[in-house]
Design a protein around this ligand. Structure first.
Ligand code: ARG
Ligand code: ZN
Length: 891
């Protein structure tokens, strides 16, 4: 496809499908070198479609059509029109059976969309528009059909044959071939279709639902990996129980299968009853997977399972509604994660990720609303905005209407829409109707791109014993509370922002929250109140305050906004030490650190030395002192904001000054607190063998943060410490953390550790990914040369997305090296994107997103970046996927 045929699709153009497909019967024959797909569709005119009879149109991609028939009669040349992507039948009967036979070539399908080969097996990925690569079909989510699928294949090489639903027969058919038939009792959109034909090992288990139904669970993995499946099965069972307990949602399936595959574009896919997963989110063993891997597996397994209700039972009318299922399901997996691990630390990590990914996205060329207005390639909109900001929007609804009303809203949503393909409006309507809260203005969050700025100022009146809080909002970063008038542009109607507030007293105690005009009962006894900011500017007066409070704003990050309030350094230190809201304790520390790093970056960029105050070290020392109270929290509080996040706060980014400033502060802390760090490291050691429990993981996180600070000293002692940990660790968390620390240090230990790590793990694909990424993430000046060299290493494979993400995407996220002043990082990545695009446009387009923020850098860097992007953009045969991303970046 070229740019002329790539069309922009608009949300406003939605029309119901002219035909519905009631049932689908597929026969899939795996032959040597080809796959034949016979399909029988029962179609009928959609009673809800437009009155004038439209033709029947089906989608296809890469199909070699062998035969076509309607009601058993082969189609003549005049009966239809066929292009490479559409099959049109002009005057079809109102109800018909359409039979098609096509040949497809999964062995050469490197896009990993549709049916494709990975190693020696065959797998599918149909979301968003992969089903059209398997057979002719009206490929859109508002057409739901019942499926029967029969697979035929060589028994020795493809012994496992799976599809959605329940087994409905299997057998041998002679000459070494066998067949298996599957029937899915649920009507589903074609993006939830899946099949697998491969050689796989399986771990089976069972789950009994709250009403006593038994569900057969099965996790299929590459032969030899059964000892890495237990955690995924356990996560699945916990997720199933959790959804019953928290949302009253029971599993509707007899069989729930998860298949892990090493070649996969994204994380995982919620195909009805037959999830297909990237191996990364299934396989785990103490010595191969880190604590973060274990927790990600929990979350992704839960996410895909939760989709069975939020996505499958109730699905999306069209792809603009993607956040209907993704935002809601991320919110659900976040809540699951919070209940499984520490709620506060879970929230902190999510907000850290939101700021590192979604805020830059919302400020860059790919900014789009949670519900986008248009797209060229839908796969480019599986974004942090749709997923993570979408989850924040759902969370804000919960905050505004309360937990119980939110649950009633979910119940009402399923009561109204089970079995339907619906819109974000339907979801919000259920929440509004169940709660009685008017969410009309709130819906602006779905339609308006950009991160709102929230300005706050406070004033304490000693005489009146009142604290007046003024809040104002705008989408314009440059506006200030002082020119609030300018904010009120007709283009920017205000958001409905829930602002959770607490007031801290001198000793860290929560003060009463009584708001003028409400009567004293309303606020007494509450330590946090959620204010609704619905106008451009509003004031809230808190009464009966005996002394000036330190205000704690946006507790638990109650809205995805950029908050501006001029706390003094002392007030931030007070909040860091005392706020009853753990998120805001962490946040206060992040603010303090950001202030220092940004000021230092400015100093360094004009040749002045950085200034590091002792007060910051004192705050860090207090954190270390109390670290045992909550090691996981202490680890988060000691971790400085990342470079990409900090860069968003700079007008013109100087990446090397920023990098030096951030690492300068780390080194200063290490120099001042070396003993305390070492003490903390030693006292949190575990003698017990590895356990993936939150408590043990928290201790490891804390120790490894201490180790990484000590690494900043580049001392023999620190190197020896890291090397000792690297060699003696009984688990990947500690081994990898030691390697990551050494990888930042130009020393002999680094070379030894990297070599021995590869030597030991070269047969474990997922561990090799870690080896690649730790090198691509290194701050050492020769990192680009190393990455170039690794392209040629047998460990790397441009066809495997995990390898591409590990090496190339990690390099693109290596702020100081990717944004090298000479443009070398830009030219390197652009060239790789061009190469990759010929194999896998989806992954190439994801990689191209690393260029999003190029305009934030200085003139010489901008020149290099635009040169690299222009060159990429002009490549012959560039995919619509990459073209859309690069085109927007250059706009
Ligand atoms: N629905 C999947 C999920 O749970 C994502 C699949 C998207 N795949 C794609 N190629 N766009 O997150
Ligand atoms: Zn999802």
């Amino acid at each position: 496809m070229n740019s002329e045929t790539a069309q922009r699709i608009h949300r406003q153009d939605y029309t119901p499908p002219p035909f519905l497909v009631d049932s689908v019967e597929l026969d899939v024959h795996f032959n040597a070198g080809e796959v034949l797909v016979s399909s029988q569709l029962q179609l009928r005119r959609n009673p809800a479609a437009a009155a004038q009879p439209a033709p029947l149109q089906l989608d296809g991609q890469g199909l070699e059509t062998i035969s076509l028939a309607i009601d058993g009669t082969p189609l003549g040349a005049d009966d239809y029109r066929c292009t490479s992507s559409t099959l049109t039948i002009d005057n079809p009967p109102d109800a018909l059976t359409l039979t098609t036979q096509v040949r497809i070539d999964p062995d050469n399908n490197s896009s990993l969309s549709g049916l494709y080969r990975s190693k020696d097996g065959y797998f599918t990925q149909c979301e968003a528009q992969g089903f059209r690569r398997i057979t002719w079909f009206p490929d859109r989510p508002d057409i739901m059909s019942r499926y029967q699928v029969t697979l035929h294949a060589d028994k020795a090489s493809l012994p496992v044959l799976l599809a959605n639903g329940n087994p409905a027969g299997s057998g041998d058919q002679g000459n070494g071939r066998h067949w298996a038939k599957w029937e899915d009792p649920f009507a589903k959109p074609c993006y939830l279709f899946a099949l697998v034909a491969a050689r796989l090992d399986v771990l089976r288990d069972e789950f009994t639902t709250s009403s006593g139904r038994s569900v057969q669970l099965a996790v299929f993995v590459e032969p030899g990996k059964l000892d890495q499946c237990a955690h995924a099965v356990d996560a699945l069972q916990r997720a199933m129980r959790w959804d019953e307990e928290v949302f009253g949602l029971e599993c509707d399936l007899d069989h729930y299968m998860i298949v892990a595959v090493g070649d996969f574009n994204m994380g995982a896919m919620e195909n009805k009853g037959l999830n297909v997963f990237n191996t990364k989110y299934v396989l785990a063993r103490a010595d191969t997977a880190t604590d973060a891997d274990y927790q990600n597996i929990d979350r992704v397994v839960a996410h895909e399972y939760f989709h069975n209700w939020t996505g499958n039972r109730v699905t999306c009318r069209d792809w603009f509604q993607l956040s209907l299922k993704e935002g809601l399901t991320v919110y659900r997996d976040q809540e699951f994660g919070a209940d499984m691990h520490s709620r506060a630390v879970t929230r902190i990590r999510e907000v850290r990720a939101l700021r590192a990914m979604q805020f830059p996205e919302d400020a860059g060329p790919m900014a789009h609303p949670v519900r986008p207005d248009s797209y060229i390639e839908i796969n480019n909109f599986y974004t942090s905005t749709v997923y993570d900001k979408g989850a924040e929007v759902v969370r804000m609804i919960e905050t505004l209407i309360g937990k119980e009303a939110f649950r009633r809203g979910m119940d009402l949503y399923f009561e109204r829409h089970d079995g339907q393909a619906v819109t974000c409006d339907d979801f919000v309507a259920a929440m509004a109707d169940a709660s009685g809260v008017d969410l009309t203005q709130f819906k602006r969050w779905y339609d308006q791109a950009g991160t709102p700025h929230l300005w706050a100022s406070g004033h304490y009146d000693e005489q009146a014993r009142t604290y007046t809080l003024t809040l104002s909002q705008s989408l314009l970063a440059s506006a200030t509370a002082a020119n609030a008038e300018a904010l009120q542009s007709p283009l920017h109607t205000p958001f409905h922002i829930p602002v959770a507030v607490g007031l801290n007293g001198a000793h860290g105690e929560d003060m009463p929250l009584m708001i003028a005009g409400e009567g004293s009962a309303a606020g007494s006894g509450r330590t946090t109140r959620v204010l609704s900011l619905t106008e451009f500017e509003q004031q809230f007066v808190f009464e009966e305050l005996p002394a000036a409070p330190v205000v704690s704003l946006l507790r638990d990050f109650s809205a995805p906004v950029i908050l501006d309030f001029s706390w003094s350094d002392e007030e931030l230190a007070h909040l860091l030490a005392h706020d009853s809201d753990p998120f805001n304790r962490w946040e206060a520390g992040q603010r303090l650190a950001s202030r220092l790093i940004l000021a230092a970056a400015e100093d360094l960029s004009v040749g002045r030395p950085a200034y590091w105050p002792q007060s910051f070290v004192e705050a860090a020392a207090r954190l270390l002192e109390h670290a045992s109270d909550d090691p996981a929290f202490a680890a988060e509080a000691l971790t400085l904001p990342g470079e990409a996040t900090l860069a968003e706060e700079m007008t013109v980014v100087d990446p090397s000054a920023l990098h030096d400033a951030r690492n300068g502060l780390r080194r200063f802390v290490a120099e001042q607190l070396g003993n305390a760090l070492l003490h903390c490291y030693t006292t949190h050691a575990d003698d017990a063998p590895y356990q993936a429990t939150p408590a043990a993981a928290g201790r490891r996180a804390l120790r490894n943060v201490c180790l990484s600070y000590l690494g900043e000293l580049h001392s023999d002692e620190a190197r020896a410490l890291a090397m000792r940990q690297f060699e003696s660790a009984d688990n990947m968390t500690d081994q990898f953390a030691a390697l990551a620390t050494l990888a930042q240090d130009d020393c002999q230990e680094r070379v030894l550790a990297l070599a021995s790590f590869y030597e030991r793990w070269h047969d474990e694909a997922l561990v090799v990914d870690k080896w690649l990424s730790v090198q691509a993430a290194s701050r050492l000046p020769d990192t680009l040369a190393v990455v170039r060299g690794l392209l040629e290493h047998p460990a790397f494979d441009l066809r495997n997305p995990n390898k591409v993400y590990a090496l190339l995407n990690t390099f693109g996220n290596n702020h100081v090296r990717f944004h090298a002043a000479d443009g070398s990082g830009y030219h390197f990545l652009a060239t790789q994107i061009g190469e990759l695009d010929r194999l896998n446009p989806q992954v190439a387009a994801r990689l191209a997103r690393r260029f999003d923020r190029w305009r934030k850098f200085d003139e010489p860097r901008q020149q290099q970046a635009s040169f690299a992007l222009e060159k990429l953009h002009s490549l012959a045969g560039l995919s619509p996927d990459v073209r859309e991303i690069v085109g927007r970046a250059l706009e």
